[in-house]
Ligand binder design. Structure first.
Ligand SMILES: [Zn+2]
Length: 668
């Protein structure tokens, strides 16, 4: 449950395009009828957007989504081969192959109906009083459900060498508490559809419509009550507010209606204290449990069993789940073919077993070395940048440089692969396998409590196209999946590589110094190392970004949330600047010629812009604006570049044009 800053919200996967001629920018994506100084995103991506409508089974389609699809095909080949139980298979191949085969046999799943979850439903039905809730919730956690709240582990924010138990808010089904609380017409409509969806699911489980309708109302009432006591996402971004060491005795006093000691005991967690990220939520939870009748709590628990298992049950239940979670919430028009769902499932449950096969096939040594070199260059630029800041005192500069010097880099894949030998995967037992995989993962997570921190651990699987910075580890992590076009072109145009993977490296590095990351020191401890004046200057500069991005429209009347996206926008702005400085440094040593119509500087900005070429459905844009700390692709490009005189010079933009901000923001 570590809190890290990623490049994207959803980890996605890519496949090496080694067979494709490596170049750099995509000339065919450019809309030459557009002006780069009016709308650079339209200029860099306009033709791509026109020629690449969103496929029916997707909510968003971006330039590297093509890689994701190719990757899925590769992983599919790996899995189909591993699924052949007549062939000789290694232990990891048996597990990934049998889980994939279990997921693919929809006929078998249809024949089973809801019988795979019947034992869990029966157990819930038998609960006779609220005192039995603690043991039941513990049991459900081990099976992959997370009703009411979330227990996990993580580094102690103020002593990063320690792993402690962490208790977080949770228990909602809709993507955010605002979905339950907002009163605009669209939110009201989504809630009505959600209630209808719950009813339909209970009917598919065999309940009479009248009973199912009442059950839907009670689930909605309980989740709304939880939403009301939940903290919003902006509050949760503040690491000081999330840090609340609490003794188990004090926890029990905050929410006496729930038997915490039994719960922790059942989870095998023997601690005297833990971090409670939102104390008000726990106090509120007490009221919710106390104020809800036991039959309604049981209905809520049954709902979480149904919802979590829906993709693993019958075709009808999986489709109903898709219709609400994907079609209504994200605007996706068609259910993806089954094999895509199954590839994702194996990546989630057995990610390092599948990832090992991916790395064997798709990751070259050259990619790792070039990325390490890029990281070194960009770190050197960040040091230069810090030293040159006019708004920061020498004392804070010294501390910043010390933190920068201790950032660790992890590239490609784990040095030691996760050992799944204790996890039993049985062909034909999809729900059982998923429960065991969830239990295995929960045990792995909780077993870390009280042990030394393992800094070599990865929280993304190797085929993932994403990257992250962990403030408590003070490390940046680049899975093999992202070291591919359009981020990295082996033997391709150097200017484009700086604009793409270079900007990603700069982005992750800047996270160590964004509004949240700056509150941690080089050892990963939450400790204020800033002078008061420097902190004030930082906040003023950050407010500039809050105002800038808060003015961007996501969909209809929904704008981006400038505070929710501040860390990511800061990282984008800093990242592009650092990558550009690295390109300048490189050009000073050896010149790059123009290619076609474009100078190296222009190709840098085009490569950056084109990484974010995307089409997105209105529903998905709306969900992103409410829940995602990352801005939409259009604003990741235009929002950054309108702040950069270097961009404006490269394309000859003049004051007064839209891509030249009258009040340009800059922190780093
Ligand atoms: Zn990020």
């Amino acid at each position: 449950m570590s809190c890290s800053s990623r490049l994207l919200a959803l980890p996605v996967m890519a496949f090496s395009l080694l067979a494709q001629a490596p170049t750099g920018i995509d000339l065919g994506a450019i809309d030459r009828a557009a002006s780069p100084c009016n709308d650079f995103y339209q200029y860099a991506c306009g033709t791509w957007m026109k020629n690449n409508p969103i496929p029916a089974d997707q909510s968003t389609w971006g330039r590297f989504a093509e890689l994701i699809e190719r990757n899925r095909e590769t992983l599919r080949n790996v899995l189909e081969k591993a699924a052949n139980d007549k062939a000789e298979r290694s232990a990891p191949e048996q597990k990934i192959g049998d889980e994939y085969a279990s997921c693919m046999s929809t006929k078998d799943l249809d024949a089973k109906g809801i019988s795979p979850i019947q034992p869990s439903l029966d157990r819930i039905a038998k609960l006779s009083d609220k005192n039995a809730l603690a043991a039941e919730v513990a049991r459900e956690n081990a099976e992959g459900m997370r009703p009411l709240f979330r227990l996990g582990s993580g580094q102690d924010a103020k002593d990063a060498t320690k792993t402690i138990a962490q208790l977080a808010q949770g228990g909602l089904t809709l993507p955010d508490r605002d979905y339950y609380l907002k009163t605009d017409a669209k939110s009201v409509e989504i809630r009505a559809k959600y209630v209808a969806h719950i009813q339909k699911m209970f009917e598919l489980a065999g309940h009479e419509p009248t009973r199912a309708a009442a059950e839907a109302q009670s689930v909605m009432a309980l989740e709304t009550a939880l939403a009301k006591v939940s903290a919003d996402r902006v509050t949760l971004r503040d690491p000081q507010k999330r840090y609340n060491p609490t003794t188990v005795t004090a926890l029990a006093a905050m929410a006496p209606v729930f038997d915490w000691k039994t719960f922790l005991n059942e989870e095998g967690v023997t601690v005297d204290s833990l971090n409670v990220s939102v104390p008000d939520f726990v106090r509120g939870l007490n009221g919710v449990i106390a104020g809800t009748a036991l039959p309604d709590i049981k209905t809520y628990l049954a709902w979480h069993v149904m919802k979590t298992s829906a993709p693993l049950l019958t075709t009808g239940i999986a489709k109903e789940n898709f219709d609400f979670s994907e079609r209504t919430l994200l605007g996706v028009q068609e259910q993806p073919p089954r094999w895509k769902t199954c590839v994702q499932l194996v990546d989630r449950q057995l990610g390092e077993a599948l990832g090992q096969k991916y790395v064997e096939q798709a990751f070259g040594k050259a990619g790792k070395e070039r990325t390490l070199q890029m990281v070194a260059e960009i770190e050197a630029q960040m040091a230069k940048d810090i030293q040159s800041l006019t708004w920061m005192s020498e004392a804070t500069k010294k501390q910043s440089l010390a933190k920068l010097a201790s950032v660790a880099n992890k590239i490609g894949f784990p040095e030691t692969w996760r050992d799944y030998s204790a996890l039993n995967v049985v062909r034909g037992d999809l729900v059982g396998n998923s429960e065991r995989a969830s239990g295995f993962e929960l045990r792995r997570e909780l077993n870390k409590i009280g042990k030394p921190v393992d800094k070599a651990e990865w929280s993304m699987t190797p085929p993932t196209v994403n990257a992250y910075y962990s403030p408590a580890m003070n490390n940046i992590n680049f899975p093999a999946g992202i070291l591919q076009p359009p981020f990295y072109f082996r033997d391709g145009d150097e200017a484009a590589n700086y604009g793409a993977i270079g900007a990603v490296v700069g982005h992750e590095l800047t996270h160590g110094f964004d509004d949240s990351g700056r509150q941690y020191d080089g050892e990963g401890n939450l400790r204020d190392w800033w002078t008061a004046d420097d902190a004030k200057s930082f906040k003023e500069r950050a407010d500039c970004l809050v105002n800038e991005y808060g003015g961007f429209v996501a969909s209809g009347d929904v704008k981006l949330n400038g505070r929710l996206t501040l860390g990511e926008n800061g990282a984008d702005n800093g990242g592009v600047r650092l990558a550009y400085m690295a390109l300048m440094d490189s050009l000073a040593k050896h010149t790059l010629s123009n290619m076609g119509d474009y100078t190296p500087e222009q190709r840098f900005f085009l490569a950056y812009g084109q990484v974010w070429c995307q089409n997105i459905r209105d529903q998905a844009a709306r969900q992103r604006a409410l829940t995602d700390p990352h801005s939409l692709g259009r604003y990741r490009v235009n929002g950054v570049l309108q702040n950069m005189p270097e961009f404006q010079k490269a394309f000859g933009c003049q004051a007064g044009q839209p891509m030249v901000s009258a009040n340009s923001c800059r922190i780093w």
